[in-house]
Design a binder for this molecule. Sequence first.
Ligand SMILES: [Zn+2]
Length: 209
Amino acid sequence: MTPPTTSTRIRNPRKAARHTTFKDVTGQHFGYLTAQWPAGKAKWGTSWLCSCDCGRLTVALLNNLGRKTISCGCVRRKLSAQRTTKHGHTINHKPSRTHCLWTHMLGRCENPKHQFFRNYGGRGIKACERWRGEHGFENFLADMGERPTGMSLDRFPNNNGNYEPGNCRWATRKQQAANKRPITPEHCRNISIGKRRAMAIKKQTGKTS
Ligand SMILES: [Zn+2]
């Protein structure tokens, strides 16, 4: 329900009113819209400036008012958001921080192309069945709650265990660092560092890290 863009220049309302087939609908309601004043003549008829119940203004063709056009677009946006929102954590395809973290957790464990797969899925760390699949995120949210600011998901007490209720906590950077695997030469070889990050370091220091 975007307002028509072609030839809907706001013209002098009096000029528009002079048109022979002009129909005055000032103050009439069309769905959520209330016609305010004529906003010009488009190819397909007069367009009207309308105020929407949500407070926005929009220009719509009179022919479409009450048929194709019943709001400024807020109704469609609301419905679409409802359709794509299961848990209130992905609104208009934009995931929340907690949702993002959950996606990355699964990625690290299940996607061999993930930057850090080697350190997770690659060494047998899995996400429990409850946190995967269709209702995985809802379950994760119910078990762990929202991600507190500045904290990340830590496998605790068993750092080699899976991502599952009972082996996960929200930890500060400090807590998480303390819970890391002891570094071994083998581990050093296996640390995967992103290609882009490696290139950035190379650029900065003039040598590979
Ligand atoms: Zn509206």
